[in-house]
Design a protein around this ligand. Structure first.
Ligand code: ADP
Length: 405
């Protein structure tokens, strides 16, 4: 490796995915080079950073190598074993967010219990971690109480809808429970929330204790993963938006979070907020900030882990929409390069972010941000963002447009 020398601090990010790639992009502007611990040179962030440590986030020795000389160690995913992070902390590494906070983003049961203790609204849930017989009995009782409108979740390791089973009848529910419990997966059951929509409240928090919240957004999920984000969430009352921001800021304080945090929320059909999930890292629901806010989530994450003053979180326009470029079932024959060429020709205002990943069905390979103008509504901006993203993944215009006609 070519040595990297700079008078600016080195931050290490564990994980070489798109979140690290985009954090590196923000690091460049701050005079830094993000060091990434990646599993391969081909990882999205390893392709672009000059400071790559190859290794595994499961190996303490690799984590130590990556942390050496860095001012802070942070993450682009939740997968690092907590015991390793505690060992690094004992050796004086500035792990941010600290293991004591990250624990609650890694463990859905601990998170639910802690949120309930702090008086934050969560869906009704049941812990299913006893002996098989007790857990099964508790699951069946919980299912009956909720008319089998329930969700089974793996306590650890789930993402993008993996490790989440939406259920609606007893037979199916018990089959899934038996399979997963039998495979040794730690589980919780949750009531299936009758929701109007899903929201996300993203904030940043520094070790000094400074906090800053972006406008609350609406997230639209497809096949269990985020597909579109509308910023701000359309028709959300100022009161509810502020309640969501305050909940996220208060929680981050209570848990000692450092960096950015996404609080995923359900808005129920009755207009109540329930907390679903926490992510203590840059998050898909914050990608719109790259083009649509004064400070992007990636820059804010770096500012926070370095204990710099936080940046302005105001939106740059009344409406901003992000649409993920998700791999098509069959990748189009037209190359990505040619698709990009056509998109840029047709939509000069589309801001495209590609992750350097190969296409596979439903895989997040990039996203498009559209910053709305004066005459726009959330619907018109959304239509354009989705049209652009669909073009990039399918080489088809959803409105039948033909460049050659
Ligand atoms: P992960 O983010 O780890 O993939 P989540 O807990 O966020 O898992 O669940 C993924 C998606 O499943 C959510 O965005 C939501 O659409 C749906 N979901 C999760 N929990 C519930 C619930 N209790 N009620 C209704 N839908 C749920």
């Amino acid at each position: 490796m070519i040595g990297v020398t700079s008078s600016m601090p080195t931050v290490t990010m564990i994980g070489g995915g798109q979140l690290a790639r985009m954090t590196h992009q923000a690091a460049i502007a701050l005079g830094q080079c993000l060091r990434v611990l990646a599993s391969s040179r081909a990882d999205p962030a390893a392709q672009v950073s000059a400071d790559v440590v190859l290794g595994s986030h499961d190996e303490l020795a690799d984590l130590r190598r990556a942390a050496e000389g860095a001012v802070a160690l942070t993450f682009d995913h939740e997968g690092v074993p907590l015991a390793h992070l505690q060992a690094l902390e004992a050796e004086g590494v500035a792990v941010r967010p600290p293991s004591a906070a990250l624990h609650f983003a890694q463990d859905k049961l601990a998170m639910r219990v802690r949120l309930a203790e702090l008086g934050l609204p969560v869906p009704d849930f049941a812990e299913l971690t006893d002996t098989r017989e007790d857990a099964r009995a508790r699951f069946i009782e919980f299912g009956q109480t909720h008319g089998w409108a329930i969700v089974l979740k793996a306590i650890r390791g789930g993402y993008d809808g993996r490790g989440v089973w939406l259920l609606d009848n007893r037979d199916e529910a018990v089959t899934v429970f038996d399979e997963q419990f039998g495979a040794g997966v730690g589980l919780i059951a949750e009531q299936k929330v009758a929701m109007r929509r899903e929201l996300s409240a993203m904030i940043g928090r520094s070790p000094y204790g400074q906090g800053a919240a972006w406008p609350v957004v609406e997230t639209i999920q497809r096949k269990g993963q985020c597909a579109v984000v509308l910023a701000p969430a359309p028709d959300l009352s100022d009161d509810v938006a502020e309640q969501a921001q305050q909940m996220a800021l208060r929680l981050a304080d209570a848990l000692g979070v450092v960096g950015v945090m996404a609080m995923e929320l359900f808005e129920t059909v009755d207009g109540e907020l329930l907390v679903n999930e926490l992510a203590m890292r840059p998050h898909n629901s914050g990608h719109w900030t790259m083009d649509g806010a004064v400070t992007s989530q990636f820059e804010q994450h770096l500012r926070a882990v370095l204990d710099y003053p936080l940046g302005d979180t105001a939106a740059r326009a009344p409406v901003v929409v992000m649409a993920n470029i998700l791999g098509a079932d069959t990748a189009p024959e037209m190359s990505m390069d040619e698709r990009l060429h056509h998109l840029l020709a047709r939509m000069p205002d589309a801001k495209v972010h590609l992750y350097g990943k190969g296409e596979r069905p439903d895989r997040k390979v990039g996203h498009v941000n559209i910053v709305g103008g004066e005459a726009d509504t959330p619907a018109t901006v959304r239509e354009r963002a989705e049209r652009a993203a669909h073009w990039m993944s399918h080489a088809e215009w959803t409105d039948g447009w033909d460049a050659h006609a």
